[in-house]
Design a protein around this ligand. Structure first.
Ligand SMILES: Cc1cc2nc3c(=O)[nH]c(=O)nc-3n(C[C@H](O)[C@H](O)[C@H](O)COP(=O)(O)OP(=O)(O)OC[C@H]3O[C@@H](n4cnc5c(N)ncnc54)[C@H](O)[C@@H]3O)c2cc1C
Length: 372
């Protein structure tokens, strides 16, 4: 259930293992109501946590495999830069080095010479095995590669109910009153998980669904830009009065065929995905423009184009990839899941096959006082 990037990657992985798979997506192909639409998402290996470094490294060959099987170009490596507080940069560098990934730290002047479109803060980490995923093409690639292996991909079919009718039996009831039975179900419904998934499995963490609003700015060489993260603190904090407190959460950006995409991370309002306001928040837009005016001299900050998208955020920003009886749930990708999608599909297929999942992504996990 759910034909965003996670459900589609899972359909591909399951079909590749010989399962009879049906993917049900309530909307049309390429729709813009959820979290997986548009032309770009950051792909990067740099995380301060070795678990995510190795998950991203696992995803890389799987992205290439999906490209090969579908015949679609999906992943473009233009590198990634991180800048901001020295401690954050050093922590990322240490994890990349430990895992044997090529990376280096530059001064702001050195980085400015190499990437004149960006202005840099404090110290700059570069790694090459990073860049962008074409989001729309990725979803299509997974669905096409799954279909080539026998999966049935059905759009405009909305699941109304999921019933557990046995230890290895589920019934899926659509809003058109069709009933499908299966040995196992995978629920990958993004921002709709608090409804459908919460009603079916035990221990789903509290999920906060927000509407985020990245902007695209024109830049002549946009498709050559590295992806970038400007971590909260240092120069960003010093200027944060200009962008609002949102800047504390950090800024992400990347080049794409639509221009240079830029957003503050996870600062949008909580919404109901079925009744959300998709109009442009002009105050939030002005803050990102202020950011671009100062930090992105290579982009035209005067001509932004806004878009909206859903984040589904867990208290610890770790994902939910776990199984309860015949139902596997993929949820809570917390604004950073896309890069891992084929590896998440692989983990989901392992769960369906009866293997244990990652404790990190477990249903029913507890969240001490401090959410990250
Ligand atoms: C602005 C923004 C920027 C991001 N940037 C990055 C980035 O740079 N790098 C990165 O790694 N990640 C990024 N992410 C996160 C990433 O895009 C998401 O983690 C990922 O797309 C989540 O995919 P999903 O399949 O879980 O959800 P979705 O894409 O929302 O898919 C869920 C699907 O389920 C369908 N559905 C819902 N209910 C039903 C039902 N009852 N029956 C049938 N179908 C149903 C929906 O229509 C939808 O298509 C970003 C997210 C946003 C919003």
């Amino acid at each position: 259930m759910g034909g965003g990037v996670m459900g589609s990657a899972t359909a591909w992985q399951l079909a590749s293992r010989g399962y009879a798979v049906t993917l049900l997506e309530r909307s049309s192909a390429g729709h813009t109501e959820g979290s997986s639409h548009g032309t770009s998402r950051i792909f990067r290996l740099a995380y301060p946590d070795p678990f995510y470094v190795s998950l991203a490294a696992r995803a890389l060959p799987l992205w290439r495999q999906a490209e090969q099987e579908s015949g679609r170009a999906v992943l473009t490596l233009t590198g990634a830069v991180d800048h901001g507080p020295v401690a954050a940069i050093e922590a990322l560098h240490a994890q990349l080095e430990r895992a044997g990934h090529v990376s280096g730290v530059l001064s702001p002047d050195q980085a400015g010479e190499r990437w004149p479109g960006l202005r840099f803060d404090t110290s700059v980490l570069f790694h090459a095995a990073a860049g962008r995923v074409h989001a729309d093409h990725a979803v299509l690639a997974f669905q096409e590669a799954a279909a080539a292996k026998g999966a049935v991909i059905r759009h405009r079919v909305r699941v109304a109910k999921l019933l557990r009718t046995g230890a290895d039996r589920v019934e899926v009831v659509t809003t058109g009153d069709e009933v499908l039975t299966a040995d196992a179900a995978v629920v990958a419904v993004g921002g709709w998980a608090p409804g459908l998934a919460a009603a079916t499995v035990a221990g789903l963490p509290p999920l906060r669904v927000t509407q985020e609003q990245p902007l695209h700015f024109p830049a002549a060489d946009a498709t050559d830009w590295p992806s970038f993260i400007h971590h909260g603190g240092a120069g960003l904090t010093a200027r944060s009065g200009r962008y609002g407190l949102a800047a504390e959460a950090g800024v992400y950006g990347l080049g794409s065929v639509d221009g240079v995409k830029v957003g503050f991370h996870g600062v949008g309002p909580v919404v109901d995905p079925d009744h959300r306001d998709r109009t442009t928040d002009l105050a939030a837009q002005a803050q990102v423009q202020e950011y671009a005016e100062h930090w992105l001299p290579g982009a035209d900050a005067s001509a932004p184009v806004a878009t909206t998208c859903l984040y589904t955020i867990t208290p610890d920003h770790d994902f939910v990839v776990d199984r309860d009886g015949p139902v596997t749930v993929l949820a809570g990708f917390s604004g950073h899941g896309f890069k891992f999608a084929p590896a998440i599909g692989e983990l989901a297929a392992d769960l369906v096959a009866g293997r244990a999942g990652a404790r990190r992504f477990a249903l029913g996990r507890t969240f001490g006082g401090a959410a990250r």
